[in-house]
Write a protein that binds this ligand. Sequence first.
Ligand code: FAD
Ligand code: NAD
Length: 449
Amino acid sequence: VVNKMNEAKQLLEEGNYYLSKFFKYLILGGGVAAGYAAREFVKQGVKPGELAIVSEESVAPYERPALSKGYLFPTNAARLPEFHVCVGSGGERLDPNWYEEKGIELILNTKIVEATLHSKSLRSENGRILKFGALIIATGSRVIKLSDFGVKGDDQAKNVLYLRDVKDADKIIEEIRVKKHGKVVVVGGGYIGLEVGAALKLNNLSVTMVYNDPWLMSRLFTKEIAEFYERYYMSRGINLINETSVIELESDSSGEVKKVKLKNGRELEADFVVVGVGARPSTRLFQGQIEMSRGGIKTDGLFKTSIDDVYAIGDVAWFPMKIYNEMRRVEHVDHARKSAMKVVEGIMAKGEVVEEYDYVPYFYSRVFDLSWRFYGDNVGDATVVFGNRNPRAKKPKFGCYWIKDGRIMGGFLEGGSDEENKAIENLAWHQHKVDDLQELKDKAQPTAT
Ligand code: FAD
Ligand code: NAD
């Protein structure tokens, strides 16, 4: 405690910081949702000095999806300040000057280590106290580590890398630079695995992907969809190893990883390893203080939590998804943006009635020359796959509908145009009725609404 006090006093004496400060509105977390919330606060008339964002990161909010895509490209790579929010949705780019001009305090490099929600106070690692009138929790997710599954050697190796923020992405870039044409093992066949695997291949590394599911991206893809991407990845020279997991990472005496040992007995040589085995909502600070479920923070349709003046948005929110009449959590950027705008609309409503969040899930990915979108829910008793799934086709275009009780619940489209994607979105929103599965199969055109 004494050390922390001295540290804080020193910061104060240096004139850079304050020990304790009050903000009418405080956003905890400086990611996608925080940036979009800031823009909405300005739109709704927040006054200079009323709003602050506190973030562990050293940069203003940016479009996180760029990190596993353009940021890792061998040429014309995306770099900040290019991809600060809100460019990802075609909006204004909020660079650090924007926050200054609007009188919004960006408190960067500041990790909050204690939250006392009832007394409306946060404490940072370096001893600062931030008091608030209203708090928006936007702490996103943190990576699940291989060591969480008991994999040996994960924490010891220098170059077993994860990807969540710019610092992590810079470490991957450094490995790409140093291990030119080397061997990389990508652990995980989900979003990170697929996107980073593709980017590493573009950097001319020898890439092997290992995942414990029977097919790629089994969380969303059907076997037929996955088959296309598996064949495409193999045609690009990426090795795929499914249905096994990593049990040990072996390093040399300098701590450089050299070998990845698999449960099926195989051993893979590696110059470095990138891991994407899932994420968990960052909600540990609030445990025992607020209603939570499955790691997420329970909210209502305007993202209010069980505590007055405390809200939660983005990856951490467990919110009512009206369309399915169910509580859900969504770990995707579109929801981070939209929940951020909705929460601020509610906070700044000044007595006016604000409609509750009504959302249909939307995810997307881009790898190599491919690009897919998914709208809705991948549930049901049947799927209908249509289009050209030949990975060697010049421009593959195919899709899939998920049907439940005679209605389209979800739609997936690879290679669709804007209009076709819009059509799929409409089908998922309106849960389009399907009278005859065979007819849908025969006629399935993404443009059919
Ligand atoms: P985040 O953007 O993760 O922001 C959380 C912020 O809180 C961070 O700044 C973090 O440092 C800060 N924070 C956390 N705890 C503390 C603390 N104690 N003190 C201070 N600060 C704290 N989704 C898609 O739909 N499409 C994509 O293509 C896509 N690509 C992605 C690529 C990558 C590499 C990653 C990691 C995610 C991707 N996602 C994608 C998911 C999407 O980025 C997230 O769903 C979205 O960022 C969630 O927004 P958020 O604001 O809730 O959390
Ligand atoms: P994920 O859940 O998408 O994929 C996890 C993968 O790891 C699966 O393939 C699973 O089979 C595999 N796996 C799990 N344990 C394993 C083990 N012990 N050994 C081998 N394989 C194992 O998670 P992710 O790809 O790490 O993504 C993390 C977060 O980032 C998620 O919130 C995701 O939504 C987000 N993200 C989204 C996008 C996008 O929407 N385009 C892109 C990147 C990241």
